[in-house]
Design a protein around this ligand. Structure first.
Ligand SMILES: Nc1ncnc2c1ncn2[C@@H]1O[C@H](COP(=O)(O)OP(=O)(O)OP(=O)(O)O)[C@@H](O)[C@H]1O
Ligand SMILES: [Mg+2]
Length: 444
C-alpha cells in the first residue's frame, strides 16, 4: 500500500517538493497543508503516515512537532539547499531525517520510507549514509561538545546514580516539595548560591508554573527574559548555548538565573518538551543545574480528555523526569510532615528512585524536644526514609534575606539555616565547603 504523505512546507519550496513527491513511486501525496491547524487535523485523524515539514512553514513549532509525533506521524524535514539556519531548527525540533528541497525522488523515497517505518521514534531514524545530507557537519553541536568536554565534575557523589556520573552534561537537581510553602524556593536559591560559591558554576531555573518567586528572592527585575524566553527559543528551534546565556543573566560569580513567569496566568507558555530542551541546554552552560518547581504532580490529562492541551503541572513533571537528583523538601510540623509523607508517594509515581528528603524549618515548638531526631524518626517510620537531612527553623535569617533580596550567604553567613544548606551543597557537589566570606560581594 502506498505511504500517505502530507506537506507542510513554506511557499518558497512547497511546489517543487510536491512535484518531486508526485514522481516517487509507492508514495501518495494526500494533502498540501495550508497551515498548522490543517496539518494537525489531517495527521490527528490518522490520514497521513509521514509529514514533510520545513522550518519556514508559518507557525510550525516544537509543540506542533511533538503533537505530530504523539499522533504517530513520521517526520521528514526539508530545507533549502543553503538554508543552514532552517536545518538547525529542524535538528533542534528533533527531526533527524532531513533533506534538501532539491533532493532526488529516490532520496525522498528513502527518507519517507525510513520515517514511515520508525513513526514517532525519531531516535531510531537512520538514513543510509550516502543519502544523509550534510547534517553531519554540525557547527553548534561541535561547539557544545567542546564546551562540555571534561565537565563531569563530581568526584564522588552519593546522590547521583553511578551511570549518570559518566555523562559529561551537568547534573540536574530538582527541588520539589508538597503544598504549603515548605521552603522549596529558599532551598533552591541558596543551594544554587552555595554551589556557585564552592566554585561549581550553576544555573538556577525557576520552573514553578503556579507561583514563581526566584526573581523576588534575588531582587531581580520581573522583566528579565527568563524561562519563558528560553522556552520560546526552544519552541522556535533557536535555542543554543549563546541564546540561552542571553536569557540567563549572571547574578553573582558562577551563578546564572533563568527567572520564572512574572505572572502565573502565563503558565501555558512553558510546555514540557520545551522545558526539557531548555534544561538539556542548561546542562551545557554550567556544571550544575538547580530547578525550583511547583508542588502539584497530577497529570492533567487524567482530568481532561484533551491530551493536546497545555498542562500546568507538566513543567514540574518534565523537570522531575529530567532530574539526576530530586530533593523533596517538607515543612517540619505535623501538617507539613504528613503532606511530605503523602507527597513522597505521589513522587514515586513520577520517579521511582528515592529522593533526597529534607525537613525544613525544624523546631522544637512544632514537634517537641529533640526536633531533628523526632523528625528523622517520623520520616523513617511513616515513609521508610532511611536517611534525611534537616534545616533548622531560622526565621530571622530567612526573613532578612528575603527582605534584602539576597542569598543567606550574603545576608546572614553565620546563620544556622545557611550552614545546613552549605553542608548539603557541599555533599551534592562533592566539594569541601570553605568559609570564603565576601566572595559574593561582587553581586552588589
Ligand atoms: N529554614 C527556614 N526557617 C524559617 N523560615 C523559612 C525557612 N525556609 C523557608 N522559610 C520561609 O518560608 C516561607 C516560604 O518559603 P519558600 O518561598 O521558599 O517556600 P516554597 O515552598 O517555595 O513556597 P511556594 O509554594 O510559594 O513556592 C518564606 O517566608 C521563607 O522565608
Ligand atoms: Mg516557591
Amino acid at each position: 500500500m502506498a505511504t500517505a504523505v502530507v506537506t507542510a512546507i513554506g511557499a518558497a519550496h512547497e511546489a517543487a517538493v510536491a512535484a518531486t513527491i508526485g514522481r516517487v513511486t509507492g508514495v501518495r501525496l494526500v494533502r498540501r497543508c495550508a497551515d498548522v491547524a490543517d496539518l494537525l487535523a489531517v495527521c490527528g485523524a490518522g490520514r497521513a503516515d509521514v509529514a514533510l515539514v520545513s522550518a519556514d512553514f508559518a507557525d510550525l513549532d516544537r509543540g506542533a512537532i511533538a503533537t505530530l509525533r504523539g499522533a504517530g506521524t513520521g517526520l521528514v524535514g526539508v530545507h533549502g539547499p543553503s538554508a543552514v539556519e532552517e536545518r538547525e531548527v529542524l535538528r533542534q525540533w528533533g527531526v533527524p531525517t532531513r533533506l534538501r528541497t532539491d533532493a532526488t525522488p529516490a532520496e525522498f523515497a528513502a527518507a519517507v520510507s525510513v520515517a514511515a517505518d520508525t513513526g514517532d521514534n525519531p531516535a531510531e531514524q537512520q538514513l543510509p549514509a550516502e543519502r544523509r545530507e550534510e547534517s553531519d557537519a554540525d557547527p553548534i553541536g561541535e561547539e557544545l561538545a567542546a564546551m562540555t568536554s571534561g565537565s563531569s565534575y563530581l568526584p564522588h557523589n552519593p546522590f547521583l546514580e553511578p551511570e549518570r556520573e559518566e555523562r559529561s552534561a551537568a547534573p540536574v537537581v530538582v527541588v520539589w516539595g508538597p503544598p504549603g510553602a515548605p521552603g522549596r524556593t529558599v532551598l533552591a536559591v541558596n543551594l544554587a548560591g552555595e554551589a556557585a560559591r564552592l566554585g561549581v558554576s550553576t544555573v538556577l531555573v525557576d520552573a514553578d508554573t503556579h507561583a514563581a518567586s526566584v526573581a523576588q528572592h534575588l531582587a531581580l527585575l520581573d522583566e528579565a527574559p527568563g524561562v519563558a524566553a528560553a522556552t520560546r527559543l526552544a519552541d522556535s528551534g533557536h535555542l543554543d548555548v549563546r541564546s540561552l546565556a542571553a536569557s540567563c543573566p549572571q547574578v553573582s560569580p558562577g551563578l546564572r538565573v533563568l527567572t520564572g513567569l512574572p505572572r502565573a496566568d502565563r503558565w501555558p507558555e512553558i510546555r514540557d518538551d520545551s522545558l526539557t530542551a531548555v534544561l538539556e541546554q542548561c546542562r551545557t552552560l554550567a556544571r550544575l543545574v538547580v530547578v525550583d518547581v511547583a508542588a502539584p504532580l497530577e497529570e492533567d490529562e487524567e482530568l481532561s480528555y484533551d491530551t493536546a492541551a497545555p498542562r500546568r503541572n507538566a513543567a514540574a513533571l518534565a523537570a522531575l523526569r529530567a532530574a539526576t537528583t530530586v530533593i523533596a523538601v517538607g515543612a517540619a510540623d505535623p501538617v507539613g510532615l504528613q503532606r511530605l509523607v503523602r507527597g513522597l508517594e505521589d513522587l514515586r509515581a513520577v520517579r521511582p528512585d528515592p529522593p533526597l528528603v529534607v525537613a525544613n524549618k525544624v523546631r522544637a515548638a512544632a514537634v517537641g524536644t529533640g526536633p531533628e531526631q523526632r523528625v528523622t524518626d517520623a520520616l523513617q517510620r511513616f515513609a521508610g526514609v532511611a536517611q534525611s537531612r534537616t534545616i533548622p527553623d531560622d526565621r530571622p535569617a530567612c526573613d532578612g534575606a528575603l527582605l534584602a533580596g539576597r542569598l543567606l550567604a550574603e545576608h546572614a553567613p553565620g546563620s544556622p539555616a545557611r550552614k545546613a544548606i552549605t553542608s548539603l551543597a557541599a555533599d551534592l557537589t562533592g566539594v569541601v565547603a570553605t568559609t570564603r566570606r565576601g566572595w559574593f560581594a561582587a553581586r552588589r
